[in-house]
Write a protein that binds this ligand. Structure first.
Ligand SMILES: Nc1nc2c(ncn2[C@@H]2O[C@H](COP(=O)(O)OP(=O)(O)O)[C@@H](O)[C@H]2O)c(=O)[nH]1
Ligand SMILES: [Mg+2]
Length: 392
């Protein structure tokens, strides 16, 4: 009989809440033994997905059955024809959500260890695509929102969707494109669950780029790190907009760079090329506005007029030209700017439980499969989707 394993899914250290996973043949039996539900007793056999509120020892916890997804087993790669085991048996996985204090977490884990569970620290697994990989990613998630998306994939959302599409490709191919399109729509999000979106603040000198970066970083209280740079370097700050991780990069203006060594210009240009979004800042008090160069694709350009606090005689509202009017000094227009940035980066946020190709490699595979299917190459799409289940 295989082991029942207890592991901490959330990052080590103190957090608001922690998630302890118990997975294996005895998971449900031990949950019933250790957990005291606040309401009616736990059923004899586990039910998938509902959760129970109650206590474990003296601590209040939430207990949930998250499915037949044992850590380290290739269940995500199982063929779609195989019925998934429901409830009890060798694959039951239970989650205990408890207070995130170290003492509480330790105590909860030790209860399961005392009853014969093996404690495993979900570190680099070196195994193929399985739930351990998602645990590793989960520990690197920069925000709660990205962690929630990764947790959904850990519970099988992505693997189930891929298996369903493979099934359609084989049996009812006309149904497949719509589902694959839906999955491919979330590929950009999947590329940015760990790595932040790159938002570059660009424009001529003295328009208020650095002030705007400070205003945005100050508005969002989640400054993660600050990388100081020389005049030649871009200076960046990691923040989150509405739970989406963003690296905000303050370039030395392209014109500023002209007076410097060529590496400065190259750096600014490279930042612009790699950017997911470019905030092009203009000075509303300047006699002449300096427009963004045509090199920057329109799709990733967001034009901003700064210094609204000292602007007079606005003949026409800047909104009319699709630009945002802000003041980095007074903060006016900053909430609207944050909303616009969020909307541009993630126009369609996934609903809870959605399947998301959750690594850059899976995002590539899904997009390639989508393109192949759109071109009628069913075999290639099938092969690419199968690859999704093998490795990330
Ligand atoms: N009145 C006003 N001054 C601003 C505003 N934003 C920046 N400034 C001023 O404009 C000057 C240039 O700002 P800075 O952020 O260094 O511009 P950068 O060269 O584009 O990074 C500084 O004196 C700022 O205080 C604003 O919204 N209103
Ligand atoms: Mg500056």
């Amino acid at each position: 009989m295989s082991d029942t394993v207890v592991s901490l899914l959330t990052p080590p250290g103190t957090g608001a809440i922690a998630t302890v996973e118990v997975s294996g043949p005895r998971a449900w039996e031990l949950a019933r033994q250790l957990f005291e539900p606040a309401g009616k007793p736990l059923p004899e056999l586990p039910e998938l997905h509902p959760f129970w509120f109650g206590t474990l020892g003296n601590d209040e916890v939430i207990l949930a059955v998250t499915g037949p997804l044992p850590c380290g087993r290739g269940s995500l790669g199982a063929s779609s024809n195989e019925p998934r085991p429901q409830g009890s048996g060798p694959t039951t996985t239970v989650e205990v959500h408890c207070h995130g204090g170290r003492r509480v977490v330790r105590w909860v884990i030790e209860q399961f260890v005392a009853h014969g569970c093996i404690e495993r620290n979900p570190g680099p697994s070196g195994q193929g695509f399985d739930s351990c990989d998602t645990i590793e990613l989960l520990q690197q998630a920069p925000t709660l929102r990205t962690a929630a998306i990764l947790l959904d994939q850990h519970h099988g959302a992505f693997a189930t969707a891929v298996q369903a599409i493979l099934y359609f490709l084989e049996h009812t191919p006309q149904a497949a494109p719509a589902f694959l399109k839906q999955l491919a729509k979330f590929a950009p999000i999947g590329r940015h669950l760990i790595e932040p979106w790159k938002v570059v603040v660009a424009g001529p000198p003295n328009v208020g780029k650095s002030s705007l970066v400070n205003a945005l970083a100050g508005y969002q209280r989640t400054v993660v790190s600050e990388v100081a740079g020389t005049t030649r370097d871009a200076v960046s700050v990691r923040i989150a907009f509405d739970g989406w991780p963003v690296e905000l990069i303050d370039t030395a203006g392209l014109r500023e760079a002209e007076g410097l060594e060529s590496e400065g210009i190259d750096l600014a240009k490279r930042e612009l090329e790699e950017a997911d979004l470019v905030l092009w800042v203009m000075d509303g008090t300047a006699s002449e506005m300096v427009w963004a160069s045509d090199d920057i694709p329109k799709a990733k350009l967001l034009a901003i007029i700064n210094k609204s606090d000292v602007m007079h005689d606005l003949k026409e509202s800047p909104d009319a030209w699709g630009m945002l009017l802000v003041s980095a000094i007074t903060g006016s227009g900053i909430p609207e700017l944050v909303a616009e940035i969020t909307q541009r980066l993630v126009p369609h946020p996934p609903a809870p439980g959605s399947a998301v190709p959750f690594t850059p490699r899976l995002a590539d595979l899904v997009e390639d499969a989508h393109a192949a299917l759109a071109a009628g190459r069913i075999d290639e799409a099938t092969r690419l989707l199968r690859d999704c289940l093998q490795a990330n």
